[in-house]
Design a protein around this ligand. Structure first.
Ligand code: ZN
Length: 142
C-alpha cells in the first residue's frame, strides 16, 4: 500500500474568474498560493467543456468537447508536483439543460461562466508525479 499522512494547512474559498480556463485557473491558483499538495472541489457553470477518457489499451486520452453551456455538478481533484511545478488532477461531472450528466478527466478547454471553489492545503512530504510503466500515466511516486 502506498500511503502518506498529511496535516491540513490553509483553507481557501474562491470565486472563479469569468471566461478563465478552469484547468489553467486551478494550476495558477496552486502556483500563486504556493500549494504543493492539497485538494479542492468546484461547483458552478461553464460556457463550454472538455473532458478526457483514458483509453487503457492505447494509453491515450480521447478528448470530448462540449460547445454549449453546462452546469458543474461536481469537479474534484488534487494538487501535487510534476516537473517541479504545481500540477492539478481533476475530474468533473457536467450537466446539460435536460439534466443529463457527462463525466471525465478535466481537460484544457473548459471556459468558466461562474464558479466557487473550496480548497485545502496539505502539509507533509512533497508528492511528485512521475511516469508509470504499467499505466503510462503520470502517477504519484512513493
Ligand atoms: Zn484523471
Amino acid at each position: 500500500m502506498m500511503v502518506k499522512e498529511y496535516k491540513p494547512g490553509r483553507r481557501f474559498m474562491a470565486r472563479l474568474d469569468h471566461d478563465a480556463d478552469l484547468l489553467r485557473y486551478l494550476e495558477e491558483f496552486a502556483a500563486k498560493n504556493k500549494i504543493e499538495m492539497g485538494y479542492f472541489e468546484v461547483i458552478g457553470a461553464v460556457k463550454s467543456g472538455a473532458i478526457g477518457f483514458y483509453e487503457q489499451t492505447t494509453w491515450s486520452y480521447k478528448t470530448i468537447r462540449y460547445d454549449h453551456h453546462l452546469e458543474i455538478g461536481s469537479c474534484i481533484g488534487n494538487f501535487s508536483i510534476r516537473d517541479g511545478k504545481p500540477a492539478v488532477h481533476a475530474h468533473v461531472t457536467f450537466g446539460d439543460d435536460s439534466g443529463k450528466a457527462f463525466t471525465g478527466h478535466l481537460m484544457e478547454g473548459t471556459k468558466i461562466f461562474a464558479g466557487e471553489m473550496v480548497a485545502v492545503e496539505l502539509l507533509g512530504d512533497r508528492l511528485e508525479r512521475v511516469p508509470d510503466d504499467v499505466t503510462k500515466l503520470s502517477l504519484w511516486r512513493f
